[in-house]
Design a protein around this ligand. Structure first.
Ligand code: HEM
Length: 257
């Protein structure tokens, strides 16, 4: 009789290679299952146990999870896009045209990246409104709200810096207007603008800075903040279920009133 997929999976988990990487596979007891979570670098960010009620779709609408999915799509499509793109003037514009008309599946890759970016901005805002609407920002989750605000800023900056990369008229003028708005910040405005553009006008220096921010600094910062965000959910007692008493699980002692 043909062996089931579960049998093959069981054998794989028992194998020496698997055990050397993950240390412990999932097993029949709660102890085995919690060890499988605790001994895996990625999974240990998540709670070993979750309340069934907090997993219902209506609680989160999976908006945070969907934000994460769009972030992963952006990383996965951004890396191949980097293989075809030079952050120099005027080559950047020619590369975009090549991607659109000459590279196999280039148009698909570019559009997937662009639409996922729009979707991520929308989803992150929707996720933030959901957290606010349900009051999930209250203690002990207030620090995770702060991490969330940083993630919102990283998302918006990723979107803004990516806008200049095609080096077309739309990009050039959008960044010119945006950087002029920056210079309206009291006292430090002109300095911030100079630092962002690498000069006084939108030129090749600005393109290089935006490229490094867009492809290296901001994705790394976003990845690290997402790691802290997920780890905090676990430390704050899992997702907010809306049940009374859920707020009273701070991990640090609160001063008496
Ligand atoms: C890149 C952006 C973000 C990603 C990938 C992300 C991801 C997630 C995920 C996967 C969850 C778990 C449950 C869910 O799906 O809602 C979550 C929860 C949470 N997020 Fe985010 N998030 C992001 C931005 C934000 C922002 C902008 C805020 C608020 C300013 C925020 C505040 C929170 C809080 C307070 C929780 C805990 C909610 C609860 O316990 O019900 N996050 N986030």
């Amino acid at each position: 009789m043909a062996r089931s997929f579960q049998n093959y999976l069981g054998d794989l988990r028992e194998s020496r290679v698997w055990q050397s990487i993950f240390r412990s596979g999932s097993g029949p007891s709660n102890l085995h299952r919690s060890q499988a979570i605790q001994q895996n670098l990625y999974l240990h960010l998540f709670s070993v146990k979750s309340r069934r009620s907090s997993l219902a779709i209506g609680v989160t609408w999976y908006l945070g999870t969907l934000s994460m999915v769009t972030f992963l799509i952006l990383v996965a499509t951004g890396i191949p896009l980097m293989l075809y793109y030079h952050p120099s003037v005027p080559q950047a514009y020619a590369d975009m045209k090549d991607l659109q008309f000459a590279v196999s599946a280039g148009l698909f890759l570019r559009n997937l990246h662009r639409w996922s970016a729009h979707a991520m901005v929308l989803l992150v805002f929707a996720h933030m409104f959901r957290v606010f609407y349900r009051g999930a920002y209250r203690p002990p989750r207030e620090f995770n709200w702060v991490i969330g605000v940083m993630l919102l800023l990283v998302t918006l900056f990723l979107s803004y810096t990516g806008y200049l990369l095609p080096w077309d008229q739309l990009a050039f003028w959008a960044i010119t207007v945006g950087s002029n708005i920056m210079s309206a910040v009291p006292l430090l405005g002109p300095k911030i603008r100079f630092l962002t553009l690498g000069g006084n006008t939108v030129n090749a220096n600005a393109l290089l800075r935006f490229y490094v921010l867009h492809c290296v600094i901001l994705p790394l910062a976003g990845g690290m903040l997402v790691g802290i965000h997920f780890w905090r959910i676990r430390k704050d007692g899992g997702l907010y279920s809306g049940k009374s008493g859920d707020e009273s699980q701070p991990q640090v002692s609160q001063p008496h009133e």
